[in-house]
Design a protein around this ligand. Structure first.
Ligand SMILES: Cc1cc2nc3c(=O)[nH]c(=O)nc-3n(C[C@H](O)[C@H](O)[C@H](O)COP(=O)(O)OP(=O)(O)OC[C@H]3O[C@@H](n4cnc5c(N)ncnc54)[C@H](O)[C@@H]3O)c2cc1C
Length: 498
């Protein structure tokens, strides 16, 4: 291989943003080179072994970041072809229409987006088709307008979950089917496990590799280079145009030159690349690159009823949005509630090492496992910075009072529904699973690095299309919004004369 490669478009990262953009640009015939730091996730017995995944952490990266206090930690951020979507719960929600406008929360008002829901709606439909989303319209009172129905019917509730749905409806809530990107028959054929946080070795999850990338790579003009760790952008002498990137491959430094460079390395790593590429940081006239890091407030909630048995395998088919737009009493929004993937004894053991297996298995057998998710508000002091080779992630968690209120509402409804024991635990701060906001879009280059089409205000041939572009985290899972915006940006690039 030459030390230098040329392409029309270089995309850094093959996760949700990068793979989806590549799929939409591939039919243009442009020579597209995708540089991916990771390798393809291998199919081995560990992919369905909860002890390997959750107790031994065999898929976690070897890297170390530091937090705001300077304490080192091993982040739950995954580097494989397909990125973090290889592990995702495949919940493919649209942001609600209200999320695009300023929203008053208990701890502050969000800025809103530079465009409204209707602008993104057609791209949400395209994204749902590409990721073959299973869902149903009509049950969720917060569902925004859909110009097309879901392409497939919802993943069915297992009998124990159908009973849980009835119990939650019986206490006045509106449980709805989660929109999901999973072919449940294919997934279960490989092994009877949940899919949430399990790696997908191409056995039924609709993720960035199996959908976006597979579509892109069906075109001969698209090339994927794995094991290619991009280190920095190469800027033209005028500092305006990007000439390409340099990357490490097999211990050597290489260069890829392109007319257009697209960063899709994830919200932490795209910010890191921009910050490392010039003294002040590329695309950083606003000083906002790396700022406004958001990650959702997440808690697991385990509802135990000793009289009933939860014999479900995957569990993750229900969502409750009764407290999404307000707190149910006219107060500020609290967030989304959805089922977790089935939390079995070995998964509990990863967190509760001293509790005997027999006790954990008993709890799991009688419990239904929920996830409470509240919006994290944009704060310029919540940020990613670099210090030489070190990455510092100083996440300032916000809106915690709303999250506590959501937990309180959920626990109260669960008790009313007949679960006498309800336990909760906040997710580990070291898991930036819903990371976003660090290279945000905005209508003013003085306050945002990117324009509403994700182009750097000051670099006409530089785009960013991963979760870093989200100006708000909303209270729902981010991936479908990342995908919809990537499709919109790809269409814009295809139509533009740069
Ligand atoms: C356990 C778990 C469960 C989740 N569940 C859900 C869910 O149910 N629904 C949902 O919407 N979201 C979920 N998420 C979040 C979702 O995975 C992310 O929001 C999504 O993947 C973000 O897309 P992205 O393009 O920003 O980044 P990613 O998909 O992470 O892609 C970034 C890619 O860039 C590569 N890369 C990074 N740095 C470099 C570099 N320097 N050079 C070259 N390549 C690089 C990475 O290897 C990766 O492939 C979950 C995440 C986790 C970890």
């Amino acid at each position: 291989m030459n030390d230098e490669q040329n392409a029309d478009i270089v995309i850094v990262g093959s996760g949700m943003g990068g793979a989806t953009l590549a799929a939409e640009l591939a039919p243009t015939g442009a020579r597209i080179l995708i540089l991916e730091r990771g390798e393809q996730l291998p199919e081995t017995p560990e992919t369905r072994d909860p002890r390997a995944i959750f107790q031994r952490g065999v898929y976690r990266p070897s890297e170390t970041w530091i937090d705001g206090a300077g304490t080192p930690f091993n982040p739950g951020n995954y580097y494989y072809v397909g990125g973090n979507t290889k592990f995702y719960g495949a919940v493919l929600f649209r942001y609600r229409a209200q999320d695009f406008r300023p929203v008053a929360h208990a701890e502050g008002t969000t800025s809103g987006w530079p465009f409204d829901y209707d602008e993104l709606e057609p791209w949400y439909s395209r994204a749902e088709a590409l990721y073959q989303v299973r869902g149903a319209l009509g049950d969720d009172p917060t569902e925004p307008r859909h110009s097309t129905p879901y392409p497939f019917p919802p993943v069915p509730d297992e009998p124990a979950i159908a009973a849980a749905r009835d119990r939650m409806a019986g206490v006045g809530l509106h449980p709805a089917s989660l929109p999901l990107g999973v072919d449940i028959d294919a997934w279960l054929k490989r092994a009877a496990t949940p899919w949430d946080a399990y790696p997908d070795a191409r056995t039924g999850k609709m993720d960035a590799e199996t959908c976006g990338l597979a579509s892109a790579l069906s075109h001969a003009n698209v090339t994927l280079q794995t094991g290619a760790h991009v280190r920095r952008l190469l800027m033209a002498p005028d500092g305006r145009m990007v000439e390409g990137v340099d990357y490490r491959l097999g211990g050597e430094t290489r260069i890829a030159r392109a007319e257009i460079v697209v960063l899709a390395a994830g919200a932490v790593n795209s910010a890191v690349l921009l910050l490392r590429s010039s003294e002040r940081g590329v695309a950083n006239r606003s000083g906002m690159v790396g700022r406004h890091f958001m990650n959702h407030n997440l808690s697991g909630v385990i509802a135990v009823d000793p009289r009933t048995i939860n014999n479900s395998i995957y569990q993750k088919t229900l969502s409750i949005n009764d407290f999404y737009l307000d707190d149910g009493r006219g107060g500020p929004p609290l967030g989304n509630i959805q089922l977790l993937g089935r939390v079995t004894g070995p998964i509990l053991k990863a967190e509760l090492k001293r509790v005997p297996d027999v006790a954990l298995n008993w709890v799991s057998r009688h419990a239904v496992d929920w996830l409470a998710m509240s919006e994290d508000l944009p704060n310029p002091d919540s940020r990613v910075t670099v210090d030489g080779e070190r990455i510092r992630l100083d996440w300032k968690r916000s809106n915690w009072t709303s999250h506590l209120a959501l937990l309180s509402r959920l626990k109260e409804r669960l008790r009313a529904a007949g679960y006498p024991i309800v336990l909760s635990r906040a997710f580990d701060r070291r898991t930036p699973s819903h990371q976003c906001g660090t290279v945000r879009i905005g209508s003013d280059g003085a306050t945002a690095p990117l324009d509403p089409f994700c182009r750097a205000w000051d670099h006409p041939n530089l785009f960013v299309v991963d979760a870093s572009i989200l100006p708000t985290s909303a209270g729902v899972n981010p991936s479908l919004t990342v995908a919809a915006q990537a499709l919109r940006v790809a269409d814009h690039i295809a139509r533009s004369d740069l």
